[in-house]
Design a protein around this ligand. Sequence first.
Ligand code: URA
Length: 434
Amino acid sequence: MRTVDLITRKRNGEELLPEEVTWLVESYTRGDIPDYQMSAFLMAVYFENMSDREVEAMTAAMLASGGKLDLSDVPGPRVDKHSTGGVGDKTSLIAAPLAAAAGVVVPMVAGRALGHTGGTLDKLEAIPGFNTKLTIDQFKEQLRTTGIAIMGQTEEVAPADGKLYSLRDATGTVESTALIAASIMSKKLASSLDGLVLDVKVGAGAFMKRQVEARRLAQLMTAIARRNDLRAQALLTDMNQPLGFAIGNALEVMEVSQTLLNAGPPDLTRLSLELAARMIFLAKLTETLEDAREVAQARLLDGSGFKKLRDVIAAQGGDPMVLDRFDMLPNATGAMEITAPRAGYVSAIDAEEIGLASSMIGAGRDTKEDTIDPAVGVILQVKAGERVDEGGVLCRIYYTKEDRLEEAAERVEDAFRLSSNPPEPRELILEVVS
Ligand code: URA
């Protein structure tokens, strides 16, 4: 087989055979296919898409690039949650501790910032000392003692996704239902789950801008789950404006802490509780989803979700005091206010623009080799539907370097739309696919 022939056939819209897709993934993971050829292949997939059979083969090959974790000696029902990527989306760090506090075991193989969206691993690494590179033994031991362990792809767990993920991020090939489905499902199948809750984001700040595309992605992933005997539910949720107020790694950790203390933004709290409830329900810890909602709410109110996150931080090398003392987290050196040019209602906040602006000042990566600046980001002062006066503060940009700050500020300013009438309220949870 020649890589160039497979690239050409995909570029021409042909369906590849499962063994051809497998060969590409295996050869790339081994280092036998260079990044430039794999990038061309990914771009061809971006434009020409993949059939369900190709996605299935890609997922299986990415899963087989490592192995399936043997968690048979970890007692308890194993359920994870994964988002397709959003701006200000820190629900994993809230829903997982709430679910774990209710008795769910959460073996989480998480991702990094991708495109304009944030990543759970980058948020956690904003905590000084937090180690996301666990060995399999450490991962398993922590699941037994703490009920949650969080790590990234490794040589043993979905290494193909580790390589492809950073390549897609740097080559404009993220927004493909086929590639997103294979990326997410290969990691999730590797962690030997009983259940999986998927948060499929829709709207300006999501990779899927339209509900029909998001539904297709949700159906693709739940079908893969079904074929692999994994109970899965996908929620389609609104990502037209950032979730919560904070965007940026350390800033989001602070908001996670507030939310687990029941003092967080209403949208973030509501979605996190719903995701946690579905994790508890899929773990079969309650008879009904309604009961699971009550359990999730109780774990929030009694502080046990907060305590669970403290335990995870301590177990993975960080100081849990960061959740109480935000000065222990990396802090920005400057703040810039963005104000309203006129009075009006905030009719929209383009989450993609806010995500791109944050990435531009260091919260994300332009190239595979870039490092993240954990301190920087944006804190919204208002959300869609609220009224502002002329000169009222819309948000603050937190930065550590001034290069690209002006450009980022322009983007942030453009992200806010003002209108003279209040906008129609939007639903946060749009649809459930299972
Ligand atoms: N999350 C992932 O793990 N992969 C994607 O491609 C998008 C979101």
